[in-house]
Design a protein around this ligand. Sequence first.
Ligand SMILES: [Zn+2]
Length: 323
Amino acid sequence: MTTHVSRRTFLTASALAAGAAVLPRASLAAAPLSGTQGPGVYRYKLGAFELTALYDGTWFLPIDGKFVTNASGAAVNEALAAAFLPPDIMPISITALLVNTGSKLVLIDTGTAGQITDTAGFLNGNLAAAGIRPADIDIVLISHFHPDHINGLRTKDGDKVFPNAQIVVPEPEWTFWMDDGNQSRATGSVFGYFRNAWRIFADIAREVHRFTPGAEIVPGIVSLPAYGHTPGHTAFSVQSGNESMLVMGDTVRNPELFARHPDWQPIFDIDGALAVTTRRRMLDRAAADRMLVGAYHFPFPACGHMIKTATGYELVPSMWRPL
Ligand SMILES: [Zn+2]
């Protein structure tokens, strides 16, 4: 008995000396670190439709005190800190939504195809992980023409990524971004967005189908004007049976900033005041009707519900669950 106790004491002392929380076992091999994230694919049902959230990555955008035109840099950093995020960087999570209506595969927005930052461009890998080939996509539906939404239509070398898809875009986006006069008046990053839209669309102009926001795209997907972020920015209502979902595009973006502070106007809203009106209208509807919402820059899987608070809105993210 004395021997047993002293052996235990000895082993415990050795383990503590080595800094180990468990006793070392020589028979176990060291486990290598993975060093990579797992697949960014999340499936859920909406009535008879099957939806797949496809993660493209996160763009860690450095921001300064001018990023929100009507709030100080200190206030923005306070909001980031309240969400346990470091200051002066806005993490722009990017998740596209694939809707299988039973007869059509509709991809809403396309990710970055690795053309914006090294930490995004994983959409096609995640599409493969979901068991879907780019050639299977019937329709690519675009919310607006910012690079993080349209660059996934082409590889870096300019090849088409979705060879069989019909490309469907809002008419007012096309009219704004493909206009030479508008481009000539643009400056800075916005000028770059014009050049980029031209790169993506110019030589496929005749294949691109344009719709007037408000129009039905396919049975169960209706477009909704959501102007402000860009002149033709469009949201979508997805409905199957008794269930519906509001796909908000960039109406809100980071919920910790722009749902909690819906009146804040970031510099990349082209018409900041109109964007605020649209944001409040859409968030009010989502909260009042207790609608499922999806949003391109919400944290993965980029869907959930909105609650109205005393000062703004709060995202309640969807819970991971079996299909
Ligand atoms: Zn965006």
